[in-house]
Design a protein around this ligand. Sequence first.
Ligand code: S3P
Length: 185
Amino acid sequence: MSDSIVERVVLVGFMGAGKTTVGRLVSHALGWRFVDQDQEVEAVEGRTVSEIFAETGEAHFREVEDQVAQRLLGQKGLVIGTGGGWGAGSVLAALPPHTLSVWLRVSAEEAVRRTSVAADKRPLLATEDALETARMLLAERTPFYRVAHLEVDTEALKPEDVSARILEFMANPNHEMEASENAIT
Ligand code: S3P
């Protein structure tokens, strides 16, 4: 895997996994750009994620989210903090070459705790029982997130340590991926 040079990093995982916090740290360490996919979607649409869901529905949000992703995946030297639903399709198996995917793992309980401070960005959790909804969504999505090249637990580690783990993996992907069939190139 001599040509396994990473040109972009894609962070996936459930709402509240810390994709933005960790993404900023990793991009800073690499001297790369950090791009928040939700913010890009909001810029394209000129309204918030919650407004898009309420006014035109989730299906429309998913279309724009995917268009944004395709544009970003054509660029180099960036860390992409994806929306929690994007990496839960078959997208990770079809990433362009030189794209490192990282699943930031979080439990439903911790996700609900962390997201309650920015609830308006997460219309999917605005249900009567947010924890039950989170558990159900996480169970559905986990098989998709698992396809990522690297998995990091965000509850046992501080964001700085999660970032360090990703950088360490990038410094030696060949060694770490010997046993994996999911190549970066
Ligand atoms: C979503 C996650 C949100 C946002 C939207 C839908 C999801 O992003 O894209 O509310 O389906 O999990 P975060 O993962 O950044 O919270």
